[in-house]
Design a protein around this ligand. Structure first.
Ligand code: SAH
Ligand code: SF4
Length: 340
């Protein structure tokens, strides 16, 4: 039995047509789910009794369980339990421009980046589409807010769960549903090149962020296993092709690790690497974790690195730090909670 929150409007329309039900009924169901936010089929009063019992035969309407929730001034961090008892996280951040939600896409991650807590747990499985949709619905309901921006930067590699991720974007972007604008959605990838190439043909104007973290192959391969499969020349070519096709600016994420990748030599190499590319660089303060020995860069090194890029006309920002007190980096709440 499938979960109704994992079904796109087009799929529901096809299902209804196959069951000799008028197609527009699918829009009504979508509005009950995503505009009126009912939590049972029985509440969908204009849909019709026969259709409701048909839906109940083939779909369930279950959500997830909130295991724990930690709050700081501008951040709320959720630990969810899935129906098979696996756990994932979502992080809500209050910005002056709105509320952004960071969601997980997999249980664990197989990319094995050496600085990342999520990667310490090998991938158990992909999240189903509904498990991504429901993270958003439950946070909105719990805090009684609307989410204006969504980032796929929680546990997991979104491009390693491509089909479900695309269905998820489709569902939350549907005007008859949650109607979250595609320009307000950002996908972050460690750099799975064939998927970046595929994504270049995706018609919606979703933002793409690439986890770069190092300006040369030697260092990047040390930090990120994926660099051995798709080294920088291959990755950068695919990013350039993506920009050419989509005419969209790409973000490069760069975690600042003390004495690892934060020298001015690295800044210089980085300038050369991204020279002429329509991009901006987001410098990310590292969230230290007890299991991994990397340290966050000193504030002065971050500023010097930032200044160097700025002086060389590279668009650069330093990411605001959220909730390090509530273990905000991806994978940290899960792993801390399980130790407690
Ligand atoms: N797998 C995807 C998306 C999830 S990770 C990716 O790697 O891009 C989202 C971002 O968080 C990545 O840029 C990742 O490198 C970063 N990240 C991982 N661990 C972190 C930590 N401890 N502190 C700060 N950022 C971290
Ligand atoms: Fe996976 Fe991203 Fe963590 Fe790397 S940084 S292990 S790709 S979640």
């Amino acid at each position: 039995m499938r979960n109704i929150y994992g079904i796109t409007l087009e799929e529901l329309e096809t299902y209804f047509i196959e069951h000799n039900i008028k197609k527009f009924k699918a829009t009504q169901v979508f509005e009950w789910l995503y505009k009126k936010r009912v939590s049972s089929f029985d509440e969908m009063t204009n849909v019709g009794k026969d259709i409701i019992s048909q839906l109940k035969q083939d779909f369930n309407i279950m959500k997830l369980k909130i295991v724990t929730k930690r709050e700081d001034i501008d951040v709320v961090k959720y630990l969810f339990e899935l129906s098979d008892h696996n756990r994932i996280e979502a992080v809500l951040m209050h910005h002056d421009y709105g509320n952004s939600l960071c969601i997980s896409t997999q249980v664990g991650c197989n990319m094995g980046c050496s600085f990342c807590e999520s990667g310490r747990l090998k991938k158990v499985r992909n999240l189903d589409t509904y498990e991504m949709v429901v993270q958003l619905l439950m946070v909105e309901a719990d805090l009684n807010i609307r989410i204006s921006h969504l980032v796929l930067m929680g546990i997991g590699e979104p491009f390693d769960n491509y089909e479900n991720m695309i269905s998820f974007i489709n569902i939350i972007n549907t005007p008859k549903g949650i109607d979250l604008g595609s320009r307000h959605i950002t996908i972050s990838t460690s750099g799975i090149v064939p998927k970046i190439n595929e994504f270049a043909d995706y018609p919606k104007q979703v933002n793409l962020a690439i986890s770069l973290h190092a300006p040369n192959d030697k260092l990047r391969s040390k930090l990120m296993n994926i660099n051995k499969a798709y080294p920088l020349d291959v990755l950068m070519k695919s990013v350039k092709d993506y920009i050419k096709k989509t005419n969209r600016r790409v973000t490069f994420e760069y975690i600042m690790l003390k004495d690892v990748n934060d020298s001015l030599e690295c800044a210089e190499e980085l300038c050369q690497l991204v020279y002429g590319i329509n991009c901006y660089i987001n410098l990310i303060p590292y969230n230290e974790t007890s299991h991994i020995s990397y340290k966050k860069s000193d504030h002065s090194s971050v500023l010097a690195f930032y200044d160097y890029l700025k002086k060389h006309n590279i668009a650069v920002t330093i990411r605001r730090e959220f909730g390090s007190k509530v273990n905000a980096a991806c994978g940290q709440l899960r792993s801390n909670y399980e130790e407690e």
